[in-house]
Design a protein around this ligand. Structure first.
Ligand code: PMP
Length: 401
């Protein structure tokens, strides 16, 4: 007897999204990831990647990958704790610890697994996680997996975080539980920076572990891109720093930087480290080379920030609401979902790729087009994008001519 397709309910849910015109297959890139490249067959100024320093096509990174393949092979062949820890993995971790000015560091397959794997294993039932409402999905998943209680504070609201920390302290006292205060360093949808000094002070007062996810600050904020902790001069005061190798550093991977004790515990318990195969040597070689370039020279970081200021000022001058952006992530807030999708599509037709972001990635009524500026953009690229924003925004009635 033929039974009904048990996956039919998925089609119903998809149909609802399609009806609203909100279902899209990802645009497809031909050739390399660059500031100006070809998506879906059209040459565009690319304002959608996280390639902050423009390193994805850097000749030295590519050469490092090729050499690593020749020297160490294509794959690592095992998970780290069994037989998949190669010399090059250890070398990268030592370099990362030095770069971040911490005792030790541990590399994960991605920033996502670094966050989720860390939060889920250092906390458990009876513990409390106090988390900013706009923290990344990998933090949320890690928190859920940990089975700790999760308390969410309104975005960047330190007074609210303090109240939750006080509640948490009451709750964990007596049962010997732990408290984690966690924030993104730079928020991925708004491009604003966490109030880290105040959060660090609050964590200290309430005896909480302080953790920061620096995915969008790695290679972007701080001296030579060392991150939010360095930006605020808080070395030694944040217990856990997560960074990514997948964005500004041009390759793939995530890492945790902190004390030797923390790293040894992660080696013992972090599930993505224990149960998922380690990076191929080429991935590690790319990260090592990117780190070397970043340590030697901060020209790209400076160029990134020059471009950021130029583009943000340009959009604001046109009359766009660039929200609370303080970094190369510059959203243009449209509000209503269809408007954001339309703006993004018309921009694309004009040769500018800036992705629309809608609910549930951002709250309802806060749909936007998100721009990410990189060091790879020339002034001509940015001017072309601003001209397109002027034309399309006027056409859609988002700005006045
Ligand atoms: N944290 C934040 C805030 C992010 O935006 C991302 C990437 N979208 C990650 C973590 C995950 O990093 P990765 O891409 O290296 O997995």
């Amino acid at each position: 007897m033929e039974t009904a397709n048990p996956l039919a309910y998925l089609e119903q849910q998809l149909a609802e999204v399609r009806e609203k015109g909100l279902f899209h297959y990802p645009r497809v890139l031909s050739g390399e990831q660059r500031a100006r490249c070809v998506y879906d067959g059209r040459e565009v100024v690319n304002l959608s990647s996280n390639n902050y320093l423009g390193l994805t096509d850097h000749p030295e990174l590519k050469a490092a990958a090729v050499q690593a393949v020749e020297r160490y092979g294509a794959g690592s062949g095992a998970v780290r704790p069994i037989a998949g820890t190669m010399e090059i993995h250890v070398e990268l971790e030592m370099r990362l610890a030095r770069f971040k000015r911490t005792e030790a560091a541990l590399v994960f397959q991605s920033g996502f697994t670094a966050n989720a794997g860390t939060v889920s294993c250092i906390l458990g039932r009876g513990d409390v996680i106090v988390s900013d409402e706009l923290n990344h999905a990998s933090i949320i998943d890690g928190a859920r997996l940990s089975r700790a209680e999760i308390k969410i504070f309104p975005h960047k609201d330190v007074a609210a975080a303090r109240k939750l920390l006080a509640e948490a302290r009451e709750e964990v006292q007596g049962r010997g539980g732990h408290i984690l205060l966690i924030t993104d360093g730079v928020f991925s949808m708004d491009g604003d920076i966490a109030p880290l000094p105040d959060l660090v002070a609050a964590a200290r007062e309430y005896g909480a572990i302080m953790m920061v996810d620096d995915a969008h600050a790695s290679g972007v904020l701080g001296d030579h891109g060392r991150g939010t902790v360095d930006h605020f001069g808080l070395h030694g005061q944040v217990h856990i720093q997560v960074g990514t190798l997948s964005k500004a550093l041009g390759g793939l991977g995530g890492y945790v930087a902190g004390s030797r004790t923390l790293i040894d515990y992660l080696i013992l318990r972090a599930r993505p480290f224990l149960f998922s195969t380690s990076h191929p040597p080429a991935v590690t070689a790319v990260a090592l080379k990117a780190l070397e370039l970043l340590e030697e020279d901060d020209t790209l970081v400076k160029r990134l920030w020059n471009n950021t200021r130029y583009f943000r000022d340009g959009l604001a001058r046109l009359g766009y609401d660039v929200s609370t952006s303080q970094t190369p992530i510059i959203p243009v807030i449209v509000g209503e979902e269809k408007g954001a999708v339309q703006l993004s599509e018309l921009l694309f037709e004009e040769g500018v790729f800036a992705q629309s972001v809608v609910y549930p990635t951002v709250p309802r009524g806060k749909a936007r087009v998100r721009n990410i500026v990189t060091a790879g953009h020339t002034r001509a690229d940015l001017d072309q994008a601003l001209d397109a924003y002027a034309r399309v925004g006027t056409k859609l009635g988002l700005i006045r001519p």
